[in-house]
Design a protein around this ligand. Structure first.
Ligand SMILES: Nc1ncnc2c1ncn2[C@@H]1O[C@H](COP(=O)(O)OP(=O)(O)OP(=O)(O)O)[C@@H](O)[C@H]1O
Length: 252
């Protein structure tokens, strides 16, 4: 179980995260949502250790992790993908996966069967010797997820995994995450703007707005929460589940 308690982060005068608390249960798919600039990516960076907290506590299975370096947290099972992909562009897909494994575990492949199954499931088997740049965007995002599995995560954090994907790819991603949880039980924390995806994929949601916690609970509770509707959902949802803001950004 991942517990975030009263966590804050200041960048100089900017209070990006202000005393936010939420809990991610074992084997739960938990969505982190909110408008642009709400502090979602900052929260993922604080949990993974890319940034240090200004206040509060983060615990994994009762062990405080907020004082530990990112690599140690990764070894304990906190894995993630990035909003802007961070793949080794000059290495093959195979090496990208192996490097993650070597760096974090000190052994080549900790769970070869899991990785092999994930490579098949996420459609990477036929492109193992290709470099990431030669792959369609959706496949690069899938590679990031498989690479994170090399750490055999307890908590897998995905920053906008459906960004840039078409409807068919988003549906496939949903099926893949369902498959993954059955194959390798772990908690999944998802940042996503695709509300249709998030509402069907997640069992719990945490909503942030301007650095603060707006609400945390089950999707049905959240979608009828007046404050959430006012700050986020009420921005106008399009048929693809995206908000007006995003549509405008896409159009720009
Ligand atoms: N390294 C940084 N230095 C200064 N300010 C930062 C830094 N990183 C984030 N911020 C600020 O913190 C706030 C929260 O940003 P963050 O990227 O976490 O939001 P977000 O909810 O992930 O937004 P989006 O949905 O657009 O990705 C914003 O005001 C942002 O400008």
């Amino acid at each position: 179980m991942l517990e975030v308690r009263n966590v804050s982060k200041n960048f100089g005068g900017v209070q990006a995260v202000q005393s936010v608390s939420f809990t991610v249960g074992d084997n739960e798919i938990h969505g982190l949502i909110g408008p642009n600039g709400a502090g979602k990516t900052t929260m993922l960076n604080l949990i993974s250790g890319l940034l240090s907290i200004s206040g509060g506590e983060i615990e994994l299975d009762g062990t405080p992790v907020h004082g530990l370096p990112a690599e140690q947290r990764a070894r304990m099972g906190i894995a993630r993908t990035f909003q802007n992909l961070r793949l080794f562009r000059n290495l093959s897909v195979r090496r990208n996966i192996e490097v993650a494994e070597i760096r974090m575990r000190g052994s080549k492949v900790a769970d070869p069967a899991l990785l092999s199954d994930a490579i098949d499931r996420f459609g990477l088997r036929g492109v193992m010797e290709h470099t990431p740049d030669s792959l369609p965007y959706g496949q690069m995002r899938r590679l990031e997820i498989v690479r994170a599995l090399a750490l055999r995560p307890k908590v897998l954090m995905l920053d906008e995994p459906a960004a840039g994907m078409n409807h068919a790819e988003t549906d496939q991603l949903f099926e893949n995450l369902t498959w993954l949880r059955a194959r390798h039980p772990c908690s999944i924390v998802l940042i996503e703007h695709d509300l249709k995806f998030i509402m069907s994929a997640c069992e719990k949601l945490t909503v942030m707005n301007m650095g603060r916690l707006l609400a945390t609970g089950e999707p049905a509770e959240i979608s009828s929460n007046e404050e959430v509707i006012k700050a986020y959902l009420g921005q106008g949802t399009h048929s693809n589940g995206r908000t007006k803001n995003e549509k405008l950004e896409t159009d720009a």
